[in-house]
Design a protein around this ligand. Structure first.
Ligand SMILES: Nc1ncnc2c1ncn2[C@@H]1O[C@H](COP(=O)(O)OP(=O)(O)OP(=O)(O)O)[C@@H](O)[C@H]1O
Length: 312
């Protein structure tokens, strides 16, 4: 979706001098702190190489199932997307979802945050059914599970710094200065900090390249310090060098912020590079899920045809 004409009024203009000051201190701080910077509000604690997630008193350790699709059935009228689909996503991993066009990869991400609901089956987050959650609970889930949409979905009526701070302004009681600082820190993490790109904070998205806009969208997602990031085709429309840059960034965020990531992509180079595990959507479920090396060795013709780009 293009937001070029989006009329949502942005927050009050920010003082560029203050932003530059914040940038200088935050840039160094963000890079130095890395993973340890993750606040407890994200629901994830890291200590001595272990990660433990928490949600309403329930805990999940690194490698344990964080999100679970259980016997999902989803259809739009006669168009059946999922039939008895099962899939688990483990805390701290990057799972890549591959599959043919229009088969339901984006629908899977939307089911995860309750943007769509299944007709049967359950989507469990820390064992709690997302499909049963009320509006307030879903709002909480969407702060913890952040989606980077295919087109970026940035507001051209707002500056870059306002875009990045948008969810914090709308959904938290954080003050302006704290939001600015978080925006600067997030932009720095994706290589777009004002130290490297003077003036970028006050630009509007339309003034940036496609690759930079994708990185701003990523910064907006990480600004809310999510536990999980869902990427819908993060490299579509980018040249190979920008594809590599985004792929490296996904890895870096996993390493430095400890986030769990689900990456939907058509680009097999990105798929192999970012993933710990790969899940292939085929015939309305995920019959093939494995760690990267094991997945690459699967000799089933359905998998081989897909990953080698053959039809039929
Ligand atoms: N809200 C909706 N209403 C009706 N049909 C929908 C809706 N959302 C998705 N669909 C249909 O569900 C199917 C799967 O769509 P989805 O966007 O998940 O595919 P995809 O695998 O992500 O495709 P692509 O790789 O091309 O992005 C498509 O046939 C699409 O038209």
């Amino acid at each position: 979706m293009s937001d070029a004409n989006h009329s949502t009024p942005g927050p009050a203009p920010l003082d560029p001098g203050r932003i530059a000051d914040a940038a200088r201190s935050q840039t160094a701080a963000a890079l130095a702190r890395g993973a340890a910077a993750l606040p407890s509000s994200s629901g994830v604690r890291r200590a001595l190489g272990t990660t433990i997630g928490e949600f309403h008193g329930k805990t999940c350790a690194r490698g344990e199932t964080l999100i679970q699709f259980e016997n999902i059935h989803k259809a739009f009228g006669d168009n059946v997307i999922y039939r008895d689909m099962n899939l688990d996503i483990r805390l701290g991993e990057t799972l890549t979802i591959i599959g043919g066009s229009g088969e339901g990869k984006s629908v899977c991400l939307k089911l995860m945050i309750g943007l769509l609901r299944a007709e049967a089956g359950r989507v469990l987050y820390y064992g709690e059914d997302v499909g049963e959650m009320n509006a307030e609970q879903l709002r909480e889930i969407r702060m913890r599970v952040s989606m980077v949409f295919q087109g970026g979905a940035l507001f051209d009526s707002m500056t870059i710094v306002q875009n990045v701070g948008y969810a914090l302004r709308e959904h938290t009681d954080m003050g302006d200065e704290e939001i600015e600082a978080r925006a600067v820190e997030s932009l720095t993490l994706v290589g777009l900090g004002p130290a490297d790109h003077p003036g970028i904070m006050e630009q509007i998205p339309a003034a940036l390249s496609v690759g930079m806009r994708k990185r701003v969208a990523l910064a907006r997602s990480i600004a809310q310090r999510p536990e999980v990031i869902l990427y819908d085709e993060p490299t579509t429309g980018l040249d190979p060098s920008n594809c590599n840059r985004i792929a490296r960034m996904i890895r870096k965020l996993q390493r430095e912020l400890g986030v769990t990531s689900i990456v939907v992509t058509h680009d097999m180079t990105t798929a192999w590079y970012v993933a710990d595990r790969v899940a292939m959507l085929y015939d309305k479920s995920f019959p093939f899920v494995d760690e990267v090396e094991a997945f690459r060795a699967i000799d089933d013709p359905r998998v081989r045809n897909f990953i080698e780009g053959r039809t039929g």
